[in-house]
Ligand binder design. Structure first.
Ligand code: CAA
Length: 258
């Protein structure tokens, strides 16, 4: 892995972990941090020894949003000309699953990065919000789109227009996060989920992720057709033979990712 200044990287078995690490700025997402995050995720995604990734932050903040000091003086042309924030989308383009493990503030771009992940596991201390309206702007990396798809129009409008924060409990009830756990158990829970995913057959993991994501991009009938073709395709893998033979023989499968 490259040397990074704003993130930490580590591996735990087949799990690649990126920890956002600008504690003095509550992990505000500077251009450098986003560059490093995208680079580290890309390296894990390409590493055959890694089967799943986790993005996490600190106890106080997953990330408190885009770095306001960096963008405060930007002109329209600075933002439009450089396609400001376009690079952030790459977080959502990894082929292997990415879990967000969130404690503390996940605000603005922090909430948006968490929503680019495949699912969010939250500590009971997590607070989610899209407070950009307080700064005279709106979310810029999918907040109005992914939040609306996750929690529906009424709550998304409430969050985006008032800028209020949502507790972990409300976020779970609303469908934004998959599980809420005590803060002390967050990383264990996230690592356990990631290790479980990494132990499955990679072709079926990639196929499952791609198929769920297709649900957001297409009609029901097209989505089901896409799913069925991918399902058929998995019968060409050794791992399908192994997985089903292991079930019949009442033993654990030994997947070889092919
Ligand atoms: N950018 C830059 N610096 C930030 C920051 C941000 N988004 N959020 C926090 N910080 C800095 C603070 O300026 C402060 O720095 P100093 O110690 O040098 O003054 C430090 O982090 C600690 O923050 P606070 O003292 O404010 O801590 P708090 O506990 O009193 O409040 C908070 C925490 C409610 C999260 C508050 O920091 C806050 O409101 N932050 C801004 C949240 C925000 O508006 N996020 C949206 C950004 S816009 C965006 O993300 C656009 C997009 O769609 C991509």
């Amino acid at each position: 892995m490259a040397e990074y200044e704003t993130i930490l990287t580590e591996t735990d078995g087949a799990v690649g972990i990126v920890t956002l690490n600008r504690p003095k700025a509550l992990n505000a997402l500077s251009a450098q941090l986003v560059d490093e995050l995208v680079d580290a995720l890309g390296a894990f995604d390409a590493d055959p020894a890694i089967g799943c990734m986790i993005i996490t932050g600190s106890e106080k903040a997953f990330a408190a949003g885009a770095d306001i000091t960096e963008m405060a003086t930007k002109s329209f042309w600075d933002a439009f000309g450089d396609d400001f924030l376009a690079k952030w989308d790459r977080v959502g383009t990894m082929r292997k699953p990415v879990i967000a493990a969130v404690q503390g503030f996940a605000l603005g771009g922090g909430c948006e990065i968490a929503m680019m992940c495949d699912f969010i596991i939250a500590a009971d201390t997590a607070k989610f919000g899209q407070p950009e309206i307080n700064l005279g702007v709106i979310p810029g990396v999918g907040g109005t789109q992914r939040l609306t798809r996750a929690i529906g129009k009424a709550k998304a409008m409430d969050m985006v227009l008032t800028g209020r924060m949502m507790s972990a409990e409300e976020a779970e009830r609303s469908g934004l996060v998959s599980r809420v756990v005590p803060a002390a158990e967050l990383m264990d829970e996230a690592k356990k989920a990631a290790a479980t995913i990494a132990s499955r057959s990679l072709p079926s993991v990639l196929a499952g992720k791609e198929s769920v994501n297709r649900a957001f991009e297409t009609t029901l009938s097209e989505g089901c057709r896409f799913e069925r073709r991918i399902f058929h395709g998995l019968f060409a893998t050794d791992d399908q033979k192994e997985g089903m033979a292991a079930f019949v023989e009442k033993r654990k499968p030994s997947f070889r990712n092919r």
